[in-house]
Design a protein around this ligand. Structure first.
Ligand SMILES: [Mn+2]
Length: 288
């Protein structure tokens, strides 16, 4: 069955909306499996699965002013052009006091969006991968370089990466040398999510935060439909706990790396759930 081709309950006009949701169906830099460009439409379809009332927050999603802008025209762009388009589009939204909510696409969509924000913000990245390479396959905008490109724009101390469990030796050592704050999934498992959330809150204290949520941070048992699956990940409730803990500081977010050809629907529905959770919790703060 086909549901409307916009995100569920995103029925506000552009002018009236506080949140602008947009798809970035871009997939040129994926290194393993392909199909992340199909994610925006699949996540939108999956979003119609949910009830309008969220019992956790007491919010009725119909009351949140969200506009679904549709997809950006990115298919023919190279990765540098994508960066520029993401930056320019987000700049336009920020000038109009809109909160951007992006659905990728592969992770290469994020640095352009982040570059539109002032350079005193923080970025919280939930990702199985460190993504701290200076370049990958001769491309500095590759999805394996996301955190490195973000660190070109904001101070490295304003970046936190949670849930990783994959890096190459060189990028790992370099990240440590440069003082990147990260907590891997093994450490989260040992110390407990709440402890790690507290440490991350200390690191990002007082900062406005952009959240980039790579679905592969979640264990492939829950989210198999992703381009570079990595076992031993977080569970969905841990991700919800992170979003909840940082929601008072959030100023935008994206969901990336959902890969529908490798999904039986559960990854798209989980991605839609995370977006709804972000919308609900950010709105709760705004409204308060
Ligand atoms: Mn990743």
């Amino acid at each position: 069955m086909q549901f409307p081709n916009y995100f569920a309950d995103a029925e506000a006009s552009f002018e009236a909306a506080s949140f602008i949701l947009f798809g970035v169906p871009y997939e040129k830099t994926s290194s393993f499996r392909h199909g992340a460009d199909k994610a925006p439409s699949e996540v939108r379809q999956a979003s119609w699965n949910f009830e309008r009332f969220d019992l956790r927050t007491g919010i009725d999603y119909q009351d949140i002013p969200v506009h679904d802008y549709g997809d950006l025209d990115v298919q023919k762009l190279n990765s540098k052009e994508l960066f520029t388009l993401g930056k320019n589009f987000t700049t336009t939204l920020l000038k109009k006091q809109k909160i951007p909510i992006a659905i990728g696409g592969d992770h290469s969509i994020t640095p352009g969006i982040v570059s539109a924000f002032p350079n005193d913000i923080a970025v919280l990245s939930l990702d199985a991968h460190m993504d701290f390479r200076q370049e990958y396959k001769h491309d500095i905008y590759n999805h394996a370089c996301v955190i490195r490109r973000i660190a070109d724009h904001i101070p490295i101390k304003n970046i936190a990466v949670l849930g990783l469990r994959s890096a190459e030796k060189e990028e790992y050592e370099h990240a440590q040398q440069l003082g990147l704050f990260f907590r891997d999934a093994y450490t989260i498992n040992e110390k407990g999510m709440q402890k790690i959330i507290q440490q991350t809150q200390t690191q990002l204290k007082g900062k406005k935060i952009y959240l980039t949520l790579d679905i592969d941070v979640v264990d492939p048992a829950y989210a198999p439909g992703t381009s570079t699956p990595e076992p031993c990940g977080l569970n969905p409730m841990q991700v919800i706990a992170i979003i909840e803990a940082f929601s008072p500081q959030l100023i935008g977010c994206d969901l990336v790396e959902v890969c529908p050809p490798y999904d039986q629907g559960q990854t798209a529905v989980l991605g839609a759930k995370f977006i709804k959770t972000c919308l609900g919790l950010i709105w709760k703060e705004h409204r308060a």
